[in-house]
Design a protein around this ligand. Structure first.
Ligand SMILES: C[S@@+](CC[C@H](N)C(=O)[O-])C[C@H]1O[C@@H](n2cnc3c(N)ncnc32)[C@H](O)[C@@H]1O
Length: 283
């Protein structure tokens, strides 16, 4: 327990840990304290109390940060800027499917209500819900060049993290298309609680969506096989008439990379966002 005492001393003695920008360090400290929880001797009440106090203090600092960012978003102060302050270059260049402190920050800010049990059974070739790690969403927002006049469409939006973050960080209109009504209800509620007039969620099969509303399409591998084929054919049709970008993450990326009408902005890999644009025909 000496290590725990040293850790507590370091946390208690680090007044700068209260600064908003030290969010990552606070999450790391909470994770380290959490790891000691099953090991702590309950008879050592002084140590248990110190640990409880340290956790409560760090959590209160984080809750205050989430509240401030939510207020900024609602008041249309630049809540997106605040979020982006936490996404340094390292984070935006990160690879991998794992989650980190940014996902904690996003969960605290979005405060998505717990969905009721899914009511729709996903068909064959459809992929169950899993959110894109937040750092990749920020990377997609930055690298796709989303700006006013664009409209982002997340095909298979789940609980809506991607459109919600895009609506917070840009002036873009962001739309989530999702088959599961319970997820659509949660996302809609979260957008309304944050006053995001530029985010909307539609309960639909992606194959029935109106693709004309979008300029940037995002797919975190929502489906495979013939459904993906059908959606890619419709996207190709859209791309023949106007400029669109297609952003992908996960196992659908190598499939999309085989489309000869698209060109990727980076070497296509499954564990980072790839932004595809229409291949310009060579004369
Ligand atoms: C891997 S999750 C991606 C969630 C979200 N895009 C994100 O990145 O955080 C895939 C989502 O697609 C939805 N989905 C699967 N097939 C679909 C379809 N045909 N039409 C609409 N949504 C679908 C699933 O219900 C699930 O929520």
């Amino acid at each position: 327990m000496n290590e725990l005492r040293m850790l507590l001393e370091a946390i208690e003695g680090d007044a700068a840990l209260a600064a908003a920008e030290r969010f990552r360090e606070r999450i790391e400290a909470l994770d380290r304290l959490d790891a000691y929880l099953p090991l702590i001797d309950r008879a050592d009440t002084e140590l248990a109390r110190r640990m409880q106090d340290a956790c409560a203090q760090l959590e209160a600092l984080n809750a205050a940060l989430y509240r401030r960012i939510r207020e900024d978003i609602r008041a249309d102060h630049d809540g997106g800027r605040v979020l982006e302050r936490f996404t340094d270059v390292d984070v935006l260049q990160a690879y991998g499917q794992d989650y980190d402190h940014l996902d904690e920050l996003v969960a605290g800010v979005l405060q998505l209500p717990e969905p009721t049990l899914p009511t729709r059974e996903l068909g064959a070739e459809m992929v169950f819900y899993q959110p894109t790690p937040a750092r990749h969403v920020f990377a997609m927002i930055a690298r796709s060049g989303l700006e006013e006049g664009d409209a982002l469409v997340d095909l298979g939006a789940g609980l809506g993290h991607v459109p919600l973050l895009a609506a917070i960080c840009t002036r873009t209109r962001a739309v989530g298309i999702e088959l599961e009504p319970a997820y659509v209800a949660c996302a809609t509620q979260a957008a309304s609680a944050l006053g995001l007039a530029n985010a909307a969620f539609l309960q639909q099969d992606a194959r029935d969506a109106d693709f004309a509303i979008g300029t940037v399409f995002y797919l975190y591998t929502p489906f495979r096989g013939t459904i993906l084929r059908e959606v890619l054919d419709r996207l190709r049709h859209e791309a023949m008439c106007r400029d669109i970008r297609i952003c992908t993450f996960g196992p659908c990326t190598p499939v999309v990379a085989q489309e000869d009408w698209l060109v990727a902005d980076v070497a296509p890999q499954t564990d980072r966002v790839v932004v595809f644009r229409r291949q310009i025909a060579q004369s």
